[in-house]
Design a protein around this ligand. Structure first.
Ligand code: CA
Length: 655
């Protein structure tokens, strides 16, 4: 062991372990598994190098009742503590209690429980193999041409009566086939299949704090950005939170159903902060180690939620890598969205990507390239948007294209391109190019980025709205005066045409394809169902909106020109055309990326008036025009002028 501080004294009965720095903490060579079950015995391990004593307690139930057994754990030189309990403990529960500086820190399930009791206070002893649904060994993710991300919350998606889904607000809602609205429109997984999205990104679905799992009949809502147990599914999304196996089995059933229906699953992971510090499993195990501090010793708060974790500390880094790999191997998760990725360091993110790609070369990794407050690490070490070019295979959300379209984050009532405001064209072009360096983009006129931040276009997530802030329809209503329902729809479709014709990876929020609103609520993280539930009857009322979104997805899927994988190809084939104010026109030329279409022309018109745009002369087929899209054709055009209807996009191609 290196770095054991000379001060190793006896204090009462317990030996005290202190180290000169976090880097000197002894670390184990193996993984961080804390409970290993077998029918004959269960082995426990906890990394707690500064503990003076560690006790293991066994319980009959997930909460309540007295411990049936208390076992003193033994310290190894690598900072881990061990205990083995003989007999078949299947169905029992456990906690660890760490003593430091003469004080017991409080019971917790450790930092790495793989199963827990209700509300996540105790670890559960189970045989994970018994949680596999039938056919799990043969479960395989589908192969897809494109990536189209659909961001959803379990409760939003299925809780409304009109969803026709039986298991409302549950993981297994996504396993129900044949669900329909009263008007006969498909909902649930059938809806997603029809839409054509490739990746379903679920909001935090690890065990989080705020929803009381013992009261499933009381409507409760939270997005879940308050992590408790990172490596266990959330209990309130299972049909029985008191049964530790139910949430695990049902999560797997959800993944299996998505895979069988041609989709993949992305998990929203929030390693950047915990619900709180003092009560967190991290702090009750190795106080101080997992969180960053400011130079004055106070807790750093890069998350804006009261703390910020320390991915730059070896064991936090290893914890994150191991957690990602665990979700991939045990649950067959296909991708990860990192909340406030800008709090993590570049080295950790690159390591996660490398290790994840060893398990699945197609793994999808992206995140928010920002933080709420400046984290306690130098900027050039952080996984911020500006540093994405140094993280190959990792993408970040583009606030550049988002705000160029809808208006700034800081004011819901301000508009931009969609409201006919000139001056956002360059930012939109930057987003269409996938945030790469492109000779026709003047970076001095881009809203937030003064330099390109991706090395490859697929390192940019293209979007106009997500669960944060107002959803698209609410934002349009709030920011564009005197908007009719017809024009609201036109602008909605125009916005997504920009998103889907970008070389970045397109991303939509669930329900946008049926004109979802949240009644103008800006931050609905704990709003009731009346705000957050998707009203699926909108699909009955506006089938044309769904058809347009589906058309955009089909366009990308069938045409590699919209998703060139290489920045040089984009620079070679993407050419912006001269256009009037609040119009962006571009050409994907010469069978870009082997596309069957020779030249594709896209014109986005944010003006509330017809825009006349000059294009290279020729004969073109029209596939999108005047708020309609149809790959079978909407007519043809010969010449060098295209008149684009107000608040809409035109897409043409030549053979
Ligand atoms: Ca929970």
């Amino acid at each position: 062991m290196t770095g054991l501080f000379a001060f190793t004294s006896f204090l009462g009965f317990a030996q005290k372990y202190e180290f000169a720095s976090f880097a000197d903490y002894p670390t184990p060579a193996g993984d961080l598994t804390e409970m290993t079950y077998s029918p004959g015995q269960t082995d426990f391990q906890l990394w707690a190098p500064t503990a003076e004593k560690v006790e293991l307690r066994l319980y009959k139930a997930g909460m309540g009742g007295k411990a049936t057994k208390t076992v003193g754990m033994k310290r190894a030189s690598d900072g881990t503590w061990h205990a083995t309990v003989k007999g078949n403990l299947d169905g029992q529960f456990y906690t660890f209690n760490v003593r430091k500086d003469g004080k017991w820190l409080g019971e917790c399930p450790g930092i790495n429980a793989h199963a827990v009791g209700v509300n996540g206070h105790r670890g559960a002893i189970i045989d994970l193999d018994t949680t596999d649904p039938a056919g799990w060994a043969n479960d395989k993710a589908p192969r897809r041409n494109d990536i189209v991300i659909y961001e959803m919350h379990h409760r939003d998606f299925s809780i409304a009566d009109c969803s026709g889904i039986e298991q409302k607000g549950k993981f297994v809602a996504l396993t129900e086939r044949g669900t329909r609205t009263p008007g006969g429109s498909a909902t649930g997984i059938d809806h997603l299949r029809d839409l054509g999205v490739t990746h379903v990104h679920i909001l935090p679905s690890y065990d989080y704090f705020t929803v009381d799992e013992t009261r499933p009949d009381v409507p409760q809502y939270n997005w879940g950005y308050d992590p408790l147990n990172y490596n266990v599914p959330e209990g309130s999304y299972s049909t029985n939170a008191a049964d530790p196996k139910a949430r695990i089995r049902e999560f797997k059933q959800m993944v299996q159903a998505l895979h069988q229906n041609g989709m993949k699953l992305v998990l929203d992971v929030v390693y950047n902060h915990t619900m709180d510090i003092e009560g967190s499993n991290f702090h009750r195990t190795v106080p101080g180690y997992f969180f960053r501090q400011r130079s004055d010793g106070s807790w750093a708060n890069g998350s804006g939620c009261g703390n910020e974790t320390a991915s730059d500390h070896e064991m936090m880094r290893r914890y994150m890598v191991e957690s990602v790999k665990y979700w991939m191997t045990e649950y067959h998760v296909d991708g990860f969205r990192f909340d406030l990725m800008g709090i993590h360091d570049i080295e950790t993110m690159n390591l996660i990507r490398q290790e994840a790609q060893k398990l699945n070369p197609d793994v999808l990794i992206y995140g928010e390239g920002w933080a709420a407050e400046a984290p306690q690490l130098p900027n050039d070490e952080l996984a911020m948007k500006a540093n994405v070019y140094r993280m190959p295979g990792i993408a970040a959300f583009s606030d550049d294209i988002r705000d160029a379209l809808r208006g700034p984050f800081s004011d819901d009532h301000k508009t931009a391109f969609l409201g006919g405001l000139p001056g956002n064209e360059e930012s939109l072009k930057f987003g269409i190019a996938g945030a790469i360096a492109h000779p026709q983009i003047d970076m001095t006129r881009v809203n937030y980025s003064k330099e390109p931040w991706t090395a490859q276009p697929h390192q940019m997530i293209s979007y106009v709205s997500c669960h944060d802030d107002m959803c698209l329809t609410d934002r349009l209503r709030a920011s564009v005066p005197n908007l009719s329902e017809t024009d609201l729809i036109r602008l909605d479709l125009l916005a997504q045409t920009a998103v889907f014709t970008s070389q970045g990876i397109p991303f939509i929020q669930a329900g946008e394809e049926v004109l979802r609103d949240k009644k103008g609520v800006h931050n609905s993280y704990n709003s009731p169902d009346s705000i957050n539930a998707i009203d699926w009857t909108r699909k009955d009322a506006h089938p044309e909106v769904f058809d347009y979104y589906r058309g955009l997805i089909q366009l990308r899927n069938e045409h590699p020109a919209f998703r060139m994988l290489d920045a040089d190809l984009v620079r070679q084939h993407l050419e912006f055309l001269p256009a009037p104010d609040c119009v962006v026109a571009f050409r994907l030329k010469d069978h870009a990326a082997g596309d069957q279409w020779q030249d594709i022309i896209v014109v986005l018109n944010g003006n509330n008036a017809t825009a006349e745009t000059f294009i290279p002369g020729g004969h073109y087929e029209i596939v999108a025009q005047d708020a309609r899209i149809d790959l079978n054709g909407l007519g043809s055009l010969t010449g060098n002028v295209v008149n684009v209807a107000p608040r809409s996009a035109t897409i043409l191609y030549s053979k």
